[in-house]
Ligand binder design. Structure first.
Ligand code: CTP
Length: 467
């Protein structure tokens, strides 16, 4: 195979490498994506010799700065939206007790051997005599055609060089919709404990890429089956399995979670909504209970689950700010819309709107995604109920505008009216007015709220200032 590599950048790299009398190649993800016709702006160049020197020469021709990463022996330049990274060809291995690699200079063939997968180990030559010719010592092209993730060396060796590759294998399988070679999969099963030497940040970056794929369950199921998930998010592995009592089994909660996650992913790219779907039932294993009359119950799993989110986020080194609060909120509220079905009262709907606020649409999407069952009739019935609640939400929101609820009477007004400094009573009056509005006892307006304030203050023995 021969790629034309017409872009000016490749010509310049080729010329500068020739001037320095070293061989240079385009390698890795760019080559893979080029063959797959996937657009890519990250270009990796491997140089048999000093990658930094070639990078500096190219940067000076293009008149752009060069960033050197001395620790990694790499240099990067950015040019017209392209990110070009230069590295010297290396032989590299990791000792089993350390994450620090032992690195020596090598040829491009050496470099290809130490790469993660055959489809990532292909290179295009940048030498004048064979410009654009594919170097493919491990039949990566064949694997691309067969849609197969395979390691160039024995998978135990490739994974041992960098155990993160076990998750990368699954990530690429999920992202490209490829399958994982059997030997590679068995090697992952054998080597899950090696993940210990990998930093959480790198693991989570791969996990996020799996979560961002069109059908995240593809990656997560492979993670679960290989034993990796139990090491990374054990709370999810605990959802597996069905217990039976008196001949009654409960829903298989891992498979259900995967379905909910895919349902959400099908409709939304919002990565945190996807996390909420992934974690919405994590409270189930610890709240599971069998009752002879009611059968299996998971009372309070919404609350318990939401309380588990911070420790999961902390362990995964996911952001602990707004993103985490959002996931927590959706996990906590995920049963609320459907619970309204039994009694779709205005006040219940108003309370849900108040609690969900801006996130009501996302919550409804999660809630709809949560309707799964093997029985199509059950699904249809739940969906019909869901539609009733959805309609009611729109009606009540149009009428009462609760979503961005701002109390019509502020704490300041209460203090001024009664000549109070900040104190418990101010809060009591304010809450009373809020509850009355949510319950529909009064409208969401200043006049009715003012009357209610006076009435409640009188009950508390507080009189107007100057009265
Ligand atoms: N690589 C590797 N082992 C790793 C990480 C990367 O061998 N643990 C090699 C692969 O050859 C890979 C290249 O480095 O193609 C670039 O890595 P990276 O940018 O992480 O991945 P890409 O293949 O470019 O894919 P993506 O852009 O989707 O991350």
């Amino acid at each position: 195979m021969k790629a034309p590599l017409r872009s000016k950048i490749f010509r310049i790299i080729s010329q500068q490498a020739a001037l320095k009398k070293v061989r240079a190649f385009v390698i890795g993800g760019y080559v893979r994506d080029y063959i797959l016709k996937r657009p890519s702006t990250d270009i990796d160049i491997v140089v048999e010799g000093n990658g930094m020197e070639v990078a500096a020469a190219v940067a000076s021709v293009l008149n752009v700065p060069v960033t050197r990463f001395k620790n990694f022996g790499t240099a990067r330049i950015q040019y017209r939206g392209l990110d070009i990274e230069f590295v010297g060809a290396r032989k590299e291995s990791y000792r089993s007790d350390s994450r620090k690699p032992v690195v020596e200079d090598g040829t491009v063939e050496d470099d290809q051997k130490r790469r993660d997968f055959t489809i990532n180990a292909m290179a295009f030559s940048l030498q004048e005599e064979d410009y654009g010719i594919l170097t493919d010592p491990f039949n990566g092209l064949e694997d691309l055609k067969n849609r197969l993730i395979r390691t160039p060396l024995d998978p135990d060796t490739t994974f041992s060089d960098d155990p993160l590759r076990m998750i990368r294998a699954i990530r690429f399988a999920a992202q490209l919709e490829f399958s994982l070679e059997k030997e590679a999969f068995s090697s992952i099963v054998r080597n899950t404990s090696r993940l210990e030497i990998v930093s959480q940040e790198r693991i989570t970056a791969e996990l996020q890429k799996i979560m961002a794929t069109g059908k995240p369950s593809r990656g997560l199921v492979l993670m679960e089956e290989s034993g990796l998930l139990a090491r990374i998010i054990p709370q999810l592995s605990l959802l597996k399995g069905v217990e039976t009592m008196d001949g009654k089994g409960h829903k298989e909660n891992f498979a259900h979670t995967m379905e909910v996650l895919d349902n959400v992913a099908y409709r939304s790219d919002n990565i945190w909504l996807r996390w909420a779907a992934l974690l919405h039932d994590v409270g189930k294993p610890s709240t599971k209970h069998f009752d002879r009359e009611a059968g299996w119950t998971f009372h309070g799993h919404d609350y318990v689950g939401s309380k588990m989110i911070p420790s999961i986020f902390r362990k995964l080194k996911l952001p602990l700010g707004e993103e985490m609060k959002y996931v927590q909120k959706l996990v906590q509220l995920h049963l609320r819309p459907i619970a309204l079905v039994n009694e779709v009262s205005d006040s219940g709907v108003r309370r849900l709107l108040f609690d969900a606020g801006e996130d009501i649409e996302d919550l409804m999407m999660l809630c709809r995604a949560d309707i799964t069952s093997k029985n199509p009739k059950t699904v249809r019935r739940h969906l019909e109920n869901f539609e009733i609640v959805s309609k009611k939400l729109v009606e009540v929101e149009e009428k009462d505008a609760i979503r961005n609820f701002q109390p019509p009477i502020s704490g300041e007004v209460i203090m001024k009216t009664f000549g109070l400094s900040p104190c418990r009573e101010v809060g009591l009056i304010k809450d009373y007015i809020k509850e009355a509005i949510l319950d529909g006892k009064i409208g969401n307006n200043f006049g009715e709220a003012w009357e209610m304030m006076l009435q409640r203050a009188a009950e508390l023995g507080i009189s107007e200032a100057g009265a």
